[in-house]
Ligand binder design. Structure first.
Ligand code: XMP
Length: 505
Protein backbone atom coordinates (compact mmCIF):
# COMPACT_ATOMS: atom_id res chain seq x y z
CA UNK A 1 0.00 0.00 0.00
CA UNK A 2 0.84 3.68 -0.23
CA UNK A 3 0.85 5.89 2.83
CA UNK A 4 -0.36 9.43 2.37
CA UNK A 5 1.07 11.61 5.11
CA UNK A 6 -1.28 14.46 5.84
CA UNK A 7 0.06 17.96 6.36
CA UNK A 8 -3.38 19.53 6.35
CA UNK A 9 -4.10 20.04 2.66
CA UNK A 10 -7.73 20.16 1.68
CA UNK A 11 -6.85 17.65 -1.03
CA UNK A 12 -5.28 14.93 1.11
CA UNK A 13 -8.19 12.51 0.97
CA UNK A 14 -8.67 13.19 -2.70
CA UNK A 15 -5.05 12.21 -3.21
CA UNK A 16 -5.66 8.96 -1.34
CA UNK A 17 -8.75 8.31 -3.41
CA UNK A 18 -6.94 8.92 -6.70
CA UNK A 19 -4.36 6.32 -5.70
CA UNK A 20 -7.11 3.86 -4.76
CA UNK A 21 -8.70 4.56 -8.14
CA UNK A 22 -5.40 3.38 -9.66
CA UNK A 23 -6.02 0.06 -7.96
CA UNK A 24 -3.55 0.54 -5.11
CA UNK A 25 -4.68 0.73 -1.52
CA UNK A 26 -3.76 4.00 0.14
CA UNK A 27 -4.22 5.14 3.66
CA UNK A 28 -4.00 8.60 5.18
CA UNK A 29 -1.90 9.06 8.30
CA UNK A 30 -1.16 12.26 10.20
CA UNK A 31 2.38 13.62 10.07
CA UNK A 32 2.85 13.04 13.80
CA UNK A 33 1.24 9.61 14.00
CA UNK A 34 3.26 6.59 14.96
CA UNK A 35 3.65 5.05 11.59
CA UNK A 36 3.93 1.37 10.86
CA UNK A 37 5.67 0.63 7.57
CA UNK A 38 4.30 -2.85 7.33
CA UNK A 39 3.36 -3.57 3.74
CA UNK A 40 4.06 0.02 2.70
CA UNK A 41 5.68 0.38 -0.72
CA UNK A 42 5.69 4.15 -1.06
CA UNK A 43 4.99 7.39 0.76
CA UNK A 44 3.29 10.54 -0.46
CA UNK A 45 3.61 13.74 1.56
CA UNK A 46 0.60 15.99 1.10
CA UNK A 47 0.48 19.73 0.75
CA UNK A 48 -0.48 21.92 3.66
CA UNK A 49 -1.30 25.46 4.69
CA UNK A 50 1.89 26.10 6.67
CA UNK A 51 5.18 27.60 5.70
CA UNK A 52 8.20 25.43 6.50
CA UNK A 53 9.57 28.38 8.44
CA UNK A 54 6.59 28.70 10.79
CA UNK A 55 7.65 28.04 14.34
CA UNK A 56 5.22 25.19 14.78
CA UNK A 57 5.39 23.97 11.19
CA UNK A 58 4.65 20.24 10.96
CA UNK A 59 7.80 18.25 10.38
CA UNK A 60 8.82 15.06 8.67
CA UNK A 61 10.02 12.26 10.91
CA UNK A 62 13.38 10.55 10.50
CA UNK A 63 11.53 7.24 10.33
CA UNK A 64 9.94 8.34 7.08
CA UNK A 65 13.19 9.65 5.64
CA UNK A 66 15.09 6.53 6.69
CA UNK A 67 12.47 4.01 5.65
CA UNK A 68 14.19 3.56 2.29
CA UNK A 69 10.87 3.78 0.50
CA UNK A 70 10.08 5.92 -2.52
CA UNK A 71 8.79 9.33 -1.41
CA UNK A 72 6.75 11.82 -3.37
CA UNK A 73 6.39 15.22 -1.73
CA UNK A 74 3.65 17.49 -3.00
CA UNK A 75 3.68 21.27 -2.46
CA UNK A 76 4.36 21.67 1.27
CA UNK A 77 5.65 18.10 1.25
CA UNK A 78 8.16 19.04 -1.43
CA UNK A 79 9.27 22.18 0.38
CA UNK A 80 9.65 20.30 3.63
CA UNK A 81 11.96 17.75 2.02
CA UNK A 82 13.94 20.49 0.30
CA UNK A 83 14.55 22.23 3.59
CA UNK A 84 15.20 19.04 5.53
CA UNK A 85 17.72 17.70 3.04
CA UNK A 86 19.71 20.90 2.71
CA UNK A 87 18.03 22.86 -0.07
CA UNK A 88 16.48 26.28 0.20
CA UNK A 89 12.85 27.40 0.49
CA UNK A 90 11.98 31.07 0.16
CA UNK A 91 9.29 33.61 -0.52
CA UNK A 92 10.12 35.86 -3.43
CA UNK A 93 7.10 38.08 -3.57
CA UNK A 94 5.45 36.05 -6.28
CA UNK A 95 2.88 33.42 -5.74
CA UNK A 96 1.38 30.96 -8.16
CA UNK A 97 -2.29 30.15 -7.81
CA UNK A 98 -4.37 28.17 -10.23
CA UNK A 99 -3.49 27.12 -13.73
CA UNK A 100 0.23 27.38 -14.43
CA UNK A 101 2.29 26.13 -17.36
CA UNK A 102 5.34 23.99 -16.63
CA UNK A 103 8.08 22.66 -18.87
CA UNK A 104 10.02 19.48 -18.25
CA UNK A 105 13.73 20.28 -18.20
CA UNK A 106 15.24 16.91 -17.43
CA UNK A 107 14.27 13.28 -17.77
CA UNK A 108 12.24 11.83 -14.96
CA UNK A 109 10.46 8.56 -14.31
CA UNK A 110 7.67 10.69 -12.86
CA UNK A 111 7.06 12.31 -16.25
CA UNK A 112 7.31 9.18 -18.35
CA UNK A 113 5.10 9.40 -21.46
CA UNK A 114 4.02 12.93 -20.63
CA UNK A 115 4.42 15.88 -23.06
CA UNK A 116 7.19 18.31 -22.26
CA UNK A 117 4.87 21.24 -21.59
CA UNK A 118 1.54 21.10 -19.81
CA UNK A 119 -0.74 22.94 -17.40
CA UNK A 120 -0.81 22.18 -13.70
CA UNK A 121 -2.72 23.46 -10.67
CA UNK A 122 -0.63 25.50 -8.26
CA UNK A 123 -1.30 27.02 -4.90
CA UNK A 124 1.85 28.33 -3.27
CA UNK A 125 3.72 31.38 -2.00
CA UNK A 126 6.81 29.63 -0.68
CA UNK A 127 9.04 28.04 -3.26
CA UNK A 128 12.07 25.83 -3.48
CA UNK A 129 14.88 28.06 -4.73
CA UNK A 130 17.74 25.63 -4.37
CA UNK A 131 17.53 21.86 -4.48
CA UNK A 132 19.45 19.70 -2.02
CA UNK A 133 22.79 18.26 -3.02
CA UNK A 134 22.62 15.34 -5.47
CA UNK A 135 19.12 16.40 -6.50
CA UNK A 136 18.23 17.62 -9.96
CA UNK A 137 15.58 19.99 -11.16
CA UNK A 138 13.20 18.26 -13.55
CA UNK A 139 10.76 21.02 -14.46
CA UNK A 140 10.24 24.78 -14.28
CA UNK A 141 7.12 26.92 -14.43
CA UNK A 142 6.68 29.73 -16.94
CA UNK A 143 7.76 32.04 -14.08
CA UNK A 144 11.02 30.10 -13.88
CA UNK A 145 10.12 28.61 -10.53
CA UNK A 146 11.21 25.08 -9.69
CA UNK A 147 8.14 22.88 -10.11
CA UNK A 148 9.76 19.51 -9.52
CA UNK A 149 13.01 17.96 -8.35
CA UNK A 150 14.29 14.50 -7.61
CA UNK A 151 17.01 12.17 -6.58
CA UNK A 152 16.39 9.04 -8.56
CA UNK A 153 18.94 6.91 -6.71
CA UNK A 154 17.36 7.72 -3.37
CA UNK A 155 13.89 7.49 -4.88
CA UNK A 156 12.89 10.92 -3.61
CA UNK A 157 10.64 13.12 -5.73
CA UNK A 158 9.09 16.50 -5.14
CA UNK A 159 6.45 18.37 -7.12
CA UNK A 160 5.19 21.85 -6.39
CA UNK A 161 1.80 21.37 -8.08
CA UNK A 162 -1.20 19.23 -7.19
CA UNK A 163 -1.50 16.12 -9.38
CA UNK A 164 -4.67 15.01 -7.57
CA UNK A 165 -6.67 18.01 -8.79
CA UNK A 166 -8.54 17.60 -12.07
CA UNK A 167 -7.16 20.88 -13.43
CA UNK A 168 -3.67 19.40 -13.53
CA UNK A 169 -3.20 17.85 -16.96
CA UNK A 170 -1.68 14.38 -16.76
CA UNK A 171 -1.99 14.52 -12.95
CA UNK A 172 -3.32 10.99 -12.81
CA UNK A 173 -0.52 9.82 -15.11
CA UNK A 174 2.06 11.36 -12.82
CA UNK A 175 0.56 9.58 -9.83
CA UNK A 176 0.44 6.41 -11.87
CA UNK A 177 4.12 6.76 -12.80
CA UNK A 178 4.91 7.05 -9.11
CA UNK A 179 2.64 4.33 -7.79
CA UNK A 180 2.81 1.73 -10.57
CA UNK A 181 6.25 2.62 -11.91
CA UNK A 182 8.49 3.90 -9.15
CA UNK A 183 6.83 2.02 -6.26
CA UNK A 184 6.22 -1.03 -8.42
CA UNK A 185 2.67 -1.67 -7.23
CA UNK A 186 0.61 -3.59 -9.73
CA UNK A 187 -2.74 -1.95 -9.18
CA UNK A 188 -4.94 -4.94 -8.57
CA UNK A 189 -6.55 -3.65 -5.39
CA UNK A 190 -10.29 -3.15 -5.56
CA UNK A 191 -13.01 -2.04 -3.19
CA UNK A 192 -13.74 -5.73 -2.84
CA UNK A 193 -10.47 -5.99 -0.92
CA UNK A 194 -11.54 -3.02 1.17
CA UNK A 195 -14.75 -4.81 2.06
CA UNK A 196 -12.96 -8.03 3.00
CA UNK A 197 -10.34 -6.24 5.08
CA UNK A 198 -12.88 -4.02 6.79
CA UNK A 199 -15.03 -6.97 7.76
CA UNK A 200 -11.97 -8.65 9.27
CA UNK A 201 -10.96 -5.43 11.01
CA UNK A 202 -14.42 -4.90 12.52
CA UNK A 203 -14.49 -8.52 13.67
CA UNK A 204 -11.07 -8.10 15.31
CA UNK A 205 -12.13 -4.89 17.03
CA UNK A 206 -15.54 -5.93 18.29
CA UNK A 207 -14.93 -9.63 18.81
CA UNK A 208 -17.94 -11.25 20.43
CA UNK A 209 -19.15 -8.03 22.03
CA UNK A 210 -22.29 -6.27 20.92
CA UNK A 211 -22.72 -3.10 18.91
CA UNK A 212 -25.57 -0.80 17.96
CA UNK A 213 -26.18 1.53 15.07
CA UNK A 214 -28.76 4.18 14.42
CA UNK A 215 -30.05 3.29 10.97
CA UNK A 216 -31.68 6.09 9.03
CA UNK A 217 -32.15 4.31 5.73
CA UNK A 218 -29.79 6.84 4.13
CA UNK A 219 -26.81 5.59 2.13
CA UNK A 220 -24.11 5.94 4.76
CA UNK A 221 -25.77 4.40 7.77
CA UNK A 222 -27.19 1.64 5.58
CA UNK A 223 -23.81 0.65 4.18
CA UNK A 224 -22.16 0.90 7.61
CA UNK A 225 -24.88 -1.29 9.10
CA UNK A 226 -24.70 -3.99 6.46
CA UNK A 227 -20.89 -4.04 6.50
CA UNK A 228 -20.86 -4.42 10.27
CA UNK A 229 -23.57 -7.05 10.10
CA UNK A 230 -21.34 -9.07 7.79
CA UNK A 231 -18.64 -8.89 10.43
CA UNK A 232 -20.52 -9.59 13.64
CA UNK A 233 -23.92 -10.84 12.55
CA UNK A 234 -26.80 -10.35 14.94
CA UNK A 235 -24.54 -8.95 17.61
CA UNK A 236 -25.20 -5.75 15.75
CA UNK A 237 -28.47 -4.20 16.75
CA UNK A 238 -29.80 -1.66 14.30
CA UNK A 239 -32.22 0.91 15.62
CA UNK A 240 -34.54 2.79 13.35
CA UNK A 241 -36.37 5.66 14.99
CA UNK A 242 -39.70 6.51 13.47
CA UNK A 243 -40.17 10.12 14.48
CA UNK A 244 -43.31 10.48 12.44
CA UNK A 245 -41.64 12.90 10.04
CA UNK A 246 -40.71 10.30 7.45
CA UNK A 247 -41.99 9.96 3.91
CA UNK A 248 -44.85 7.84 2.67
CA UNK A 249 -44.23 4.11 3.30
CA UNK A 250 -40.68 4.82 4.48
CA UNK A 251 -40.92 2.71 7.63
CA UNK A 252 -42.21 -0.31 5.74
CA UNK A 253 -39.55 0.09 3.05
CA UNK A 254 -36.69 0.30 5.53
CA UNK A 255 -38.01 -2.70 7.44
CA UNK A 256 -38.48 -4.84 4.39
CA UNK A 257 -35.07 -3.96 2.96
CA UNK A 258 -33.04 -4.37 6.11
CA UNK A 259 -34.89 -6.93 8.17
CA UNK A 260 -36.43 -9.13 5.53
CA UNK A 261 -34.00 -8.78 2.67
CA UNK A 262 -30.63 -8.08 4.31
CA UNK A 263 -31.40 -10.03 7.49
CA UNK A 264 -30.40 -7.36 9.99
CA UNK A 265 -31.38 -7.48 13.63
CA UNK A 266 -33.53 -4.38 13.32
CA UNK A 267 -35.72 -2.67 15.86
CA UNK A 268 -38.07 0.08 14.82
CA UNK A 269 -38.92 2.44 17.62
CA UNK A 270 -42.29 4.03 17.15
CA UNK A 271 -41.70 7.43 18.71
CA UNK A 272 -44.17 9.39 16.62
CA UNK A 273 -46.25 10.63 19.49
CA UNK A 274 -43.25 11.71 21.51
CA UNK A 275 -41.87 13.82 18.69
CA UNK A 276 -45.15 15.27 17.54
CA UNK A 277 -46.23 16.31 21.00
CA UNK A 278 -42.89 18.03 21.60
CA UNK A 279 -43.27 19.84 18.28
CA UNK A 280 -46.76 21.11 18.96
CA UNK A 281 -47.10 24.84 18.33
CA UNK A 282 -43.41 25.14 17.45
CA UNK A 283 -42.92 27.27 14.35
CA UNK A 284 -39.27 28.27 14.39
CA UNK A 285 -37.13 26.01 12.14
CA UNK A 286 -34.07 26.01 14.38
CA UNK A 287 -36.25 25.19 17.35
CA UNK A 288 -37.72 22.28 15.41
CA UNK A 289 -34.25 20.97 14.60
CA UNK A 290 -33.16 21.30 18.20
CA UNK A 291 -36.18 19.48 19.58
CA UNK A 292 -35.88 16.66 17.05
CA UNK A 293 -32.14 16.34 17.66
CA UNK A 294 -32.53 16.14 21.42
CA UNK A 295 -35.49 13.85 21.34
CA UNK A 296 -33.67 11.57 18.97
CA UNK A 297 -30.82 11.26 21.44
CA UNK A 298 -33.19 10.42 24.29
CA UNK A 299 -34.94 7.72 22.28
CA UNK A 300 -31.68 6.24 21.10
CA UNK A 301 -30.22 6.28 24.60
CA UNK A 302 -33.21 4.43 25.95
CA UNK A 303 -32.84 1.74 23.33
CA UNK A 304 -29.11 1.46 23.87
CA UNK A 305 -29.62 0.94 27.59
CA UNK A 306 -31.91 -2.00 26.94
CA UNK A 307 -29.05 -3.77 25.28
CA UNK A 308 -26.94 -5.50 27.91
CA UNK A 309 -23.15 -5.63 27.44
CA UNK A 310 -23.23 -3.54 24.32
CA UNK A 311 -19.86 -1.83 24.00
CA UNK A 312 -19.71 -0.32 20.55
CA UNK A 313 -21.54 2.33 18.60
CA UNK A 314 -21.23 2.14 14.82
CA UNK A 315 -21.42 5.38 12.88
CA UNK A 316 -21.78 5.92 9.17
CA UNK A 317 -19.31 8.81 9.10
CA UNK A 318 -17.82 9.19 5.65
CA UNK A 319 -14.94 11.32 4.52
CA UNK A 320 -16.94 14.44 3.70
CA UNK A 321 -18.14 14.52 7.32
CA UNK A 322 -14.59 15.20 8.33
CA UNK A 323 -13.86 18.75 9.26
CA UNK A 324 -10.43 19.98 8.47
CA UNK A 325 -8.70 21.92 11.13
CA UNK A 326 -6.18 23.64 8.97
CA UNK A 327 -3.96 25.14 11.61
CA UNK A 328 -2.61 22.05 13.26
CA UNK A 329 -2.82 19.93 10.16
CA UNK A 330 -4.81 17.62 12.37
CA UNK A 331 -8.23 16.50 11.38
CA UNK A 332 -11.06 16.34 13.79
CA UNK A 333 -14.07 14.21 13.23
CA UNK A 334 -17.45 15.71 13.63
CA UNK A 335 -19.60 13.12 15.31
CA UNK A 336 -21.94 12.15 12.59
CA UNK A 337 -25.12 12.79 14.28
CA UNK A 338 -27.48 10.13 13.22
CA UNK A 339 -28.95 11.59 10.08
CA UNK A 340 -27.32 14.82 11.17
CA UNK A 341 -30.05 15.75 13.57
CA UNK A 342 -27.73 17.15 16.13
CA UNK A 343 -25.39 14.59 17.60
CA UNK A 344 -25.49 11.52 19.72
CA UNK A 345 -25.25 11.58 23.49
CA UNK A 346 -21.85 12.59 24.72
CA UNK A 347 -22.14 10.72 27.96
CA UNK A 348 -23.04 7.47 26.29
CA UNK A 349 -20.44 5.00 27.35
CA UNK A 350 -19.76 3.33 24.03
CA UNK A 351 -16.69 3.05 21.87
CA UNK A 352 -17.18 4.48 18.42
CA UNK A 353 -16.40 2.54 15.23
CA UNK A 354 -16.57 4.34 11.89
CA UNK A 355 -15.97 1.80 9.16
CA UNK A 356 -16.48 4.19 6.23
CA UNK A 357 -14.60 7.21 7.41
CA UNK A 358 -11.94 7.19 4.70
CA UNK A 359 -14.34 6.72 1.81
CA UNK A 360 -15.92 9.17 -0.59
CA UNK A 361 -19.60 8.95 -1.40
CA UNK A 362 -19.11 7.11 -4.69
CA UNK A 363 -16.89 4.59 -2.93
CA UNK A 364 -19.51 4.12 -0.23
CA UNK A 365 -22.07 3.39 -2.94
CA UNK A 366 -19.75 0.87 -4.60
CA UNK A 367 -19.20 -0.84 -1.24
CA UNK A 368 -22.98 -0.95 -0.86
CA UNK A 369 -23.27 -2.56 -4.27
CA UNK A 370 -20.67 -5.17 -3.36
CA UNK A 371 -22.68 -5.92 -0.22
CA UNK A 372 -25.82 -6.38 -2.27
CA UNK A 373 -27.79 -3.35 -1.10
CA UNK A 374 -30.58 -2.37 -3.47
CA UNK A 375 -30.16 0.56 -5.83
CA UNK A 376 -33.13 2.37 -4.31
CA UNK A 377 -31.16 2.72 -1.09
CA UNK A 378 -27.78 3.49 -2.66
CA UNK A 379 -28.98 6.12 -5.10
CA UNK A 380 -31.53 7.81 -2.90
CA UNK A 381 -31.67 11.57 -2.72
CA UNK A 382 -30.40 13.02 0.55
CA UNK A 383 -33.09 13.43 3.18
CA UNK A 384 -32.62 15.76 6.15
CA UNK A 385 -32.59 14.32 9.65
CA UNK A 386 -35.51 16.49 10.83
CA UNK A 387 -37.42 15.09 7.87
CA UNK A 388 -40.74 16.56 6.88
CA UNK A 389 -40.71 18.83 9.94
CA UNK A 390 -38.69 21.38 8.00
CA UNK A 391 -40.81 20.94 4.88
CA UNK A 392 -44.02 22.05 6.53
CA UNK A 393 -43.69 25.75 6.99
CA UNK A 394 -44.64 26.75 10.51
CA UNK A 395 -46.57 24.54 12.84
CA UNK A 396 -46.67 20.80 12.22
CA UNK A 397 -49.69 18.61 12.74
CA UNK A 398 -50.82 15.21 11.56
CA UNK A 399 -53.17 16.60 8.96
CA UNK A 400 -50.40 18.58 7.29
CA UNK A 401 -48.05 15.62 7.51
CA UNK A 402 -50.54 13.40 5.74
CA UNK A 403 -51.02 15.97 2.98
CA UNK A 404 -47.31 16.51 2.47
CA UNK A 405 -46.58 12.78 2.36
CA UNK A 406 -49.10 12.36 -0.45
CA UNK A 407 -47.82 15.33 -2.44
CA UNK A 408 -44.19 14.32 -2.04
CA UNK A 409 -44.86 10.77 -3.07
CA UNK A 410 -46.68 11.85 -6.25
CA UNK A 411 -43.81 14.14 -7.19
CA UNK A 412 -41.12 11.53 -6.56
CA UNK A 413 -43.08 8.77 -8.23
CA UNK A 414 -43.50 10.87 -11.36
CA UNK A 415 -39.81 11.75 -11.42
CA UNK A 416 -38.96 8.06 -11.18
CA UNK A 417 -41.40 7.13 -13.93
CA UNK A 418 -39.98 9.75 -16.26
CA UNK A 419 -36.33 8.97 -15.52
CA UNK A 420 -35.78 12.35 -13.87
CA UNK A 421 -35.17 11.08 -10.34
CA UNK A 422 -31.63 10.00 -11.19
CA UNK A 423 -30.90 13.17 -13.12
CA UNK A 424 -31.49 15.56 -10.23
CA UNK A 425 -29.60 15.76 -6.96
CA UNK A 426 -32.50 16.21 -4.59
CA UNK A 427 -36.23 16.65 -5.10
CA UNK A 428 -39.06 17.04 -2.65
CA UNK A 429 -42.28 18.86 -1.88
CA UNK A 430 -42.94 21.58 0.66
CA UNK A 431 -46.27 22.41 2.26
CA UNK A 432 -47.07 26.09 2.50
CA UNK A 433 -49.93 26.43 4.92
CA UNK A 434 -51.39 29.46 3.25
CA UNK A 435 -54.89 29.03 1.91
CA UNK A 436 -55.64 30.18 -1.60
CA UNK A 437 -58.79 29.96 -3.65
CA UNK A 438 -59.40 27.30 -6.23
CA UNK A 439 -62.27 25.80 -8.11
CA UNK A 440 -63.12 22.11 -7.93
CA UNK A 441 -66.01 20.90 -10.04
CA UNK A 442 -68.43 23.75 -9.82
CA UNK A 443 -67.49 24.63 -6.31
CA UNK A 444 -65.15 27.17 -4.91
CA UNK A 445 -62.44 25.52 -2.82
CA UNK A 446 -59.96 26.91 -0.42
CA UNK A 447 -56.77 24.89 0.06
CA UNK A 448 -53.07 24.91 0.78
CA UNK A 449 -50.19 25.61 -1.60
CA UNK A 450 -47.71 22.84 -2.44
CA UNK A 451 -44.25 23.87 -3.59
CA UNK A 452 -42.08 21.50 -5.59
CA UNK A 453 -38.34 21.82 -5.22
CA UNK A 454 -35.74 20.04 -7.28
CA UNK A 455 -32.06 20.94 -7.45
CA UNK A 456 -28.89 19.99 -9.26
CA UNK A 457 -25.86 20.05 -7.02
CA UNK A 458 -22.63 18.27 -6.18
CA UNK A 459 -22.42 18.35 -2.42
CA UNK A 460 -25.37 20.54 -1.56
CA UNK A 461 -23.18 23.57 -0.88
CA UNK A 462 -24.46 25.35 -3.95
CA UNK A 463 -27.38 24.33 -6.11
CA UNK A 464 -29.24 25.19 -9.28
CA UNK A 465 -32.93 24.59 -9.70
CA UNK A 466 -33.50 21.65 -12.03
CA UNK A 467 -34.79 22.36 -15.48
CA UNK A 468 -37.46 19.67 -15.40
CA UNK A 469 -39.52 19.81 -18.62
CA UNK A 470 -42.81 21.70 -18.32
CA UNK A 471 -44.74 18.65 -19.54
CA UNK A 472 -43.55 16.66 -16.55
CA UNK A 473 -44.30 19.47 -14.11
CA UNK A 474 -47.69 19.68 -15.70
CA UNK A 475 -48.38 16.00 -15.06
CA UNK A 476 -47.19 16.31 -11.45
CA UNK A 477 -49.34 19.36 -10.87
CA UNK A 478 -52.54 17.80 -12.14
CA UNK A 479 -51.91 14.55 -10.29
CA UNK A 480 -51.45 16.48 -7.08
CA UNK A 481 -54.53 18.64 -7.40
CA UNK A 482 -56.60 15.65 -8.51
CA UNK A 483 -55.46 13.27 -5.83
CA UNK A 484 -54.91 15.58 -2.86
CA UNK A 485 -58.03 17.60 -2.31
CA UNK A 486 -56.51 19.85 0.34
CA UNK A 487 -54.17 21.34 -2.30
CA UNK A 488 -55.53 23.91 -4.71
CA UNK A 489 -52.31 25.31 -6.05
CA UNK A 490 -48.91 23.90 -7.03
CA UNK A 491 -45.81 26.06 -7.56
CA UNK A 492 -42.29 25.17 -8.71
CA UNK A 493 -39.38 26.75 -6.88
CA UNK A 494 -36.99 28.41 -9.35
CA UNK A 495 -34.47 29.80 -6.88
CA UNK A 496 -30.86 28.73 -6.74
CA UNK A 497 -28.60 28.40 -3.74
CA UNK A 498 -27.31 30.95 -2.92
CA UNK A 499 -29.20 33.06 -2.11
CA UNK A 500 -31.96 30.54 -1.32
CA UNK A 501 -31.19 27.37 0.61
CA UNK A 502 -32.29 23.99 -0.68
CA UNK A 503 -34.78 23.41 2.13
CA UNK A 504 -37.38 26.04 2.78
CA UNK A 505 -36.79 26.13 6.52
P1 XMP B 1 -29.82 23.67 2.74
O1 XMP B 1 -31.27 23.82 2.99
O2 XMP B 1 -28.97 24.07 3.90
O3 XMP B 1 -29.58 22.11 2.55
O4 XMP B 1 -29.38 24.32 1.45
C1 XMP B 1 -28.39 21.50 2.13
C2 XMP B 1 -28.55 20.01 2.28
O5 XMP B 1 -28.63 19.68 3.67
C3 XMP B 1 -29.87 19.06 3.99
N1 XMP B 1 -30.30 19.59 5.28
C4 XMP B 1 -30.22 18.92 6.42
N2 XMP B 1 -29.79 17.69 6.68
N3 XMP B 1 -30.29 18.00 8.96
C5 XMP B 1 -29.85 17.23 7.94
O6 XMP B 1 -29.48 16.09 8.19
C6 XMP B 1 -30.74 19.25 8.78
O7 XMP B 1 -31.16 19.92 9.72
C7 XMP B 1 -30.71 19.74 7.44
N4 XMP B 1 -31.06 20.92 6.87
C8 XMP B 1 -30.80 20.81 5.55
C9 XMP B 1 -30.79 19.40 2.85
O8 XMP B 1 -31.80 18.42 2.69
C10 XMP B 1 -29.83 19.46 1.68
O9 XMP B 1 -29.57 18.17 1.18
Amino acid sequence: KILVVDYGSQYTQLLAKRIRDLGVFSEVVQFDDNISFNDVKGIVLSGGPDSVYDIDAPDISDEILNAELPILGICYGMQLMAKKLGGKVEQRGIAEYGKTKITITDQSLLFKKIPSTFNVWMSHKDMVTQVPEKFKITSLTSNNIISSFENETENIYGIQFHPEVRHTEFGIDILKNFVHGICGLKGSWTLMDFVENKIKEIRDTIGDKKAIIALSGGVDSSVAAVLTHRAIGNNLKAIFVNHGLLRMNEVEEVESTFRDYMGLNLTTVDAQERFLSKLKRVTDPEQKRKIIGEEFIRVFEQEAKKEKDCEYLIQGTIYSDVIESAKSGKKTFKIKSHHNVGGLPEDIDLKIVEPLKELFKDEVRSVGEILGLPREILYRHPFPGPGLAIRIIGEINEEKLTILKKVDSIFIKTLKETGWYDKVWQAFAVLIPVKTVGITGDKRSYGYVAALRSVDSVEGMTADWSKIPFEILDVVSSRITNEVEEITRVVYDISSKPPATIEWE
